[in-house]
Each structure stands twice: as C-alpha cells, then as structure tokens.
Design a protein around this ligand. Structure first.
Ligand code: ACO
Length: 262
C-alpha cells in the first residue's frame, strides 16, 4: 500500500517526516479529531509506507483535544458522508474491523518507537490510539476515557491488551466498565503516562524524548524493543535465551558490516 495525499486528506491526517522522525497529526480539530474508517485506513497506510529511516513516530492531535474517539455520526441514520458503515448485518464485519485495527497495530513495530502526545481528551478510539503507542506524554489537563461500554460497544481497536498490561486486570476492568474519566495525574500514577507536563511544555517534552531515543544505537534499540516485547510471555529461562540470541545476532551483524567496510 502506498499512501497518497488524497488518502491522508480523506482521513484528515497530516504526515511530516524529518530524517528519522515521523509526526502523524489527526487534523480535524473542529470535530475534536473524531475518527472514521478513513482515519484508520489512513493510519494503516502510513504504517505500511513508513520509510525505513524512521525510528520515532509521534502521534498527536491538532486543537484542544487529542481525539474524541469514533465519529458519533457513524451511529446515526445518516452516517458520515462517504464513509463505511458499522452494520450488524455486514457479513464481513470482523474482517472490516481487522482492517481498521491495522491502523493501530503497526505502532508497536520494533523498528520504531511510537510516542503519543496527548492534550485535552483521549476518548474511546482516541484512548486506544494513545494505548497503541509505546510511550505517552500527557498534558496536565488531559483526560482519558474508555467510553465504549457506555455506548454498548467493546473497545476493539487494540486497546484492551495494553491497558491490562499497564494497569492490571482489576483497574482495567474498573476503568472500562465504569467508562469514567481518568485524569492526567491518575494516569501518571497508573503508569498510563511516562510524563505529565503543562500544555505549554508538550512540544519541548516530545522533542527531548525524541532526541534521547535517537541518541541510542538504532540496531540495538530495535533488538532491545523486540526483547522487551516478549519478556511478559517468556519464562526467565526463555527470556535469558532470547537475550543471548539477540546479542549474538546484533554483534555478528555489526562485525559483518565492519568487515565489509574494510
Ligand atoms: N464525533 C463527532 N463529532 C464530535 C465528536 C465525536 N466523537 N466529539 C466532538 N464532536 C464535535 C461536536 O459535535 C462539536 O461539533 P459542533 O461544533 O458542530 O457542535 C465539535 O466537535 C466540538 O465539540 P464540543 O463538545 O463542543 O468540544 P469540547 O471541547 O467542549 O468537548 C469532548 C470535547 C469532551 C471530546 C466532547 O466533544 C465529547 O465528549 N465528545 C464525544 C466523545 C465520545 O463519546 N466519543 C465516542 C467514544 S467511543 C469510541 O470511540 C468507539
């Protein structure tokens, strides 16, 4: 898949790539960056088309809110002009949702580190987008909410696993089944935010984190992210073996490059 300007525009997305940093901006502030299938398809296309030099992906929202979740007009009789419908009668419904989930899954790719820069509200699909990223920086006025159960839905855009992994099953159950707002301060306590900053400092905090991430060796960063991602499901012995394998692969690849440079 190759991302076109028309596809970015259809999803109200902006993509800026400078050297090793890609910034993806949800750019419909007048609707608080509410999401439609075109947004999810656009995100998926960005992911599948990302240049290999990109090491950090920053995901942000224009305007007062990071993202107000699914465009609620999707549930109205009129729907959103030009957009797919969410229909119980659709025999391909699961396949359709799988395609939408692609817009979120690529953000875990070991080749990149993804950072959500969250101001204002991150609701429903917006909270799940922040959860799809490896790291989250929140402004101190940010509010997170898994609204889906209140609307008769389950969160289905890949957010349930990271939520449980980060906050644990009891707290994830409470947050989802009450659909309550989680403040930035609580998010920091629950480790849903790596950092909470005043709104005026968000750009600087993202820039500092990006610079720090880029300062490490690219191949080592990629291999380490791969290792960390499997640690939760591995036994200690399996993880130790994975560490040995990763180290040997990394050092051998580097030695081969040095030899070919000579
Ligand atoms: N879908 C469609 N339009 C939206 C959405 C949305 N999810 N959220 C906001 N908008 C629109 C509003 O209708 C309004 O449009 P208008 O100017 O034509 O009246 C505009 O965006 C601004 O919205 P306000 O509510 O005025 O903005 P405010 O900053 O006061 O509040 C907030 C922001 C808290 C995000 C609020 O808009 C809101 O609660 N939105 C709905 C959130 C929601 O329930 N999302 C679904 C979650 S479930 C899921 O994602 C699967």
């Amino acid at each position: 898949m190759t991302i076109s300007t028309a596809q970015l525009e259809a999803g109200g997305l902006r993509l800026d790539i400078t050297e090793a940093v890609a910034t993806v901006t949800l750019s419909r502030p007048e609707r608080r960056n509410a999401m439609t299938p075109a947004v999810w398809q656009g995100l998926a296309a960005i992911g599948s088309d990302l240049p290999s030099r990109v090491r950090v992906v920053v995901v942000r929202g224009a305007g007062p809110s990071f993202c107000a979740g699914i465009d609620l007009r999707m549930f109205s009789a009129e729907g959103v002009p030009g957009e797919e419908r969410l229909s119980a009668a659709d025999p391909e419904l699961e396949a359709r949702i799988a395609a939408w989930q692609e817009g979120f899954l690529w953000l875990r790719d070991p080749a990149i580190v993804s950072v959500a820069a969250v101001q204002g509200h991150a609701i429903g699909a917006g909270f799940q987008l922040a959860l799809a990223c490896d790291l989250r920086i929140l402004t101190d006025d940010a509010k997170l909410c898994m609204k889906e159960p209140a609307l008769g839905l389950v969160p289905d855009l890949t957010g349930t696993k990271p939520l449980v992994d980060i906050v644990g099953l009891p707290r994830a159950t409470e947050i989802c089944l009450t659909a309550r707002m989680v403040s930035a301060q609580e998010a920091a306590q629950l480790r849903l935010a790596e950092l909470v900053v005043p709104a005026a400092e968000l750009d600087g905090a993202v820039a500092d984190l990006t610079a720090a991430l880029l300062a490490t060796d690219a191949a080592a960063a990629r291999a380490t992210k791969q290792l960390l991602a499997q640690a939760g499901r591995n036994t200690l012995e399996q993880q130790a073996a994975a560490e040995r394998r990763a180290q040997a692969t990394l050092l051998r690849a580097r030695a081969a490059v040095s030899a070919s440079d000579r």
